[in-house]
Design a protein around this ligand. Structure first.
Ligand SMILES: O=c1ccn([C@H]2C[C@H](O)[C@@H](COP(=O)(O)OP(=O)(O)OP(=O)(O)O)O2)c(=O)[nH]1
Length: 144
């Protein structure tokens, strides 16, 4: 298990269950006043969290399915990548795909973050790639 350094703004406390043996954690809005997100609007929300990942690990910021299904709230960038050399505050770019105003209140859980391993590779430029049965078929070429 990795031990990952995490720094918080003064007003942010980490619940214990989120810090021990965790695959990630919910991300909360570190805001003083509620934010109203109108349909179609987007906003970059602070979390008050800063992490130091060892090389080989990344953090992925993902939407919460409950907010997505109930209110149409998603991440503008699909999945956010927190690089291992990033030392800034983790922020969440939310978008309201729904058709009603959405209220973000201080400390609301707005997204979730998971820690993932990634591989380092070298790119080997070639003329041809190995053939496969699928070939270049994709994007639904096998039907519905
Ligand atoms: O949802 C996100 C996505 C990114 N970041 C931070 C951490 C990440 O390491 C940094 C840069 O993100 P990314 O590489 O996706 O941004 P970019 O648009 O490619 O900018 P850059 O040129 O800074 O890499 O921004 C967040 O806080 N939340």
């Amino acid at each position: 298990m990795y031990k990952i350094k995490i720094k918080t703004k003064d007003n942010v406390s980490l619940p214990k269950y989120e810090t021990i043996g965790s695959a990630g954690m919910d991300l909360r809005a570190n805001i003083k006043e509620p934010i109203i997100l109108k349909p179609g609007q987007r906003v970059l929300v602070s979390t008050g969290l800063y992490i130091q990942l060892p090389e080989g690990l990344e953090a992925q910021v993902r939407a919460r399915s409950g907010l997505a299904v109930k209110y149409g709230i998603g991440l503008v960038n699909g999945v956010g990548t927190i690089d291992s050399d990033y030392r800034g505050e983790i922020k969440v770019p939310l978008i309201n795909w729904g058709d009603e105003d959405f209220y973000i209140n201080p400390e609301d859980r707005i997204a979730q973050m998971v820690i993932c391993k990634y591989e380092k590779v070298t790119w080997d430029q070639v003329e041809f790639l190995d053939e496969t049965e699928r070939g270049s078929g994709g994007f639904g070429h096998t039907g519905v």
